[in-house]
Design a protein around this ligand. Structure first.
Ligand SMILES: Nc1ncnc2c1ncn2[C@@H]1O[C@H](COP(=O)(O)OP(=O)(O)OP(=O)(O)O)[C@@H](O)[C@H]1O
Length: 243
């Protein structure tokens, strides 16, 4: 096994007789920010859920900080802050009550719940019901939830969906700070300009396999295209290739 912080080795995932992920090998070093890109159905969420321990590979192994999910599920879960692409909030609770509930589940204090809500700019609106929140504000609650326990690994599915330009910038700053503090970050996005701005490495998936990977600069160099978005369009054509 390598000294990578996240190591996926020969991972396959089969769901309902369909191969969703095929022979995936992926390594992420500590403190690295890695963006997973690819069209609809390429397998981004499936990979992130497997790393988060929500799904298990059909074949192959995944280590986070040298630990496999089946070795010690509690310790494994403690290593990871997972931000799902969607979540059905309890509409009756305020943002602060929601976050405090999640904090208590992790043995953390209400003060930490309030602090992390402030980090995502929801200190004032935190006392309002989540039912009154916009998509972007809900995204910020989910992001705060992933940050709660200051996890060694942040796994985020489409974290910038619905963020306005101001919060996009704040999100980038928070992620850069987390990486500078030694946290390792994996996220999926369709927004290649976001991946280019702050990911140390970009992995392009196609039909559950790695199609291309490198830094933004390397990929642009390889593809001879001024912008990754152009390269992406060239390579993948119309988004959504899997039948
Ligand atoms: N529970 C499931 N049952 C059947 N098929 C599934 C299931 N989960 C995922 N899939 C299929 O696996 C493939 C990959 O899905 P996944 O959600 O990982 O893709 P994605 O890259 O995150 O897509 P998007 O960009 O649209 O969010 C898709 O073809 C999807 O239909």
């Amino acid at each position: 096994m390598s000294d990578s912080f996240v190591h996926m080795k020969n991972v396959h995932k089969i769901i309902k007789d369909q191969t969703i992920i095929q022979d995936l090998n992926l390594q992420v070093t500590r403190g690295q920010i890695l963006a997973l890109c690819g069209g609809n159905g390429a397998g981004k969420s499936t990979i992130l859920r497997m790393i988060a321990g929500i799904l298990q590979p059909s074949q192959g192994e995944i280590w986070v900080d040298g630990l496999r999910w089946m070795d010690n599920r509690k310790r494994y879960a403690e290593l990871i802050g997972y931000m799902p692409d969607d979540y059905h909030f309890n509409q009756g609770l305020t943002a602060q009550e929601t976050m405090t509930f999640w904090a208590k589940l992790r043995g953390l204090t209400k003060a930490r719940a309030v602090e992390v809500l402030a980090e995502v700019g929801l200190e004032k609106t935190g006392t309002k019901p989540v039912s009154s929140f916009s998509k972007g504000m809900r995204q910020r609650i989910l992001f705060a939830q992933a940050l709660l326990a200051r996890p060694a690994l942040l796994v985020m599915d489409e974290p910038t969906n619905g963020l306005d330009p101001y919060w996009m910038e704040s999100f980038i700053q928070l992620i850069n700070k987390a990486a500078a503090d030694g946290q390792t970050i994996l996220f999926s996005t369709h927004q290649l300009q976001i991946a280019e701005v702050f990911a140390h490495r970009i992995v392009f998936l196609r039909d559950g396999a790695v199609s291309l990977e490198g830094t933004g600069e390397e990929l642009r160099g390889q593809l001879g295209s001024a912008r990754l978005q152009d390269a992406f369009a060239e390579l993948f054509g119309i988004i959504g290739t899997r039948k």
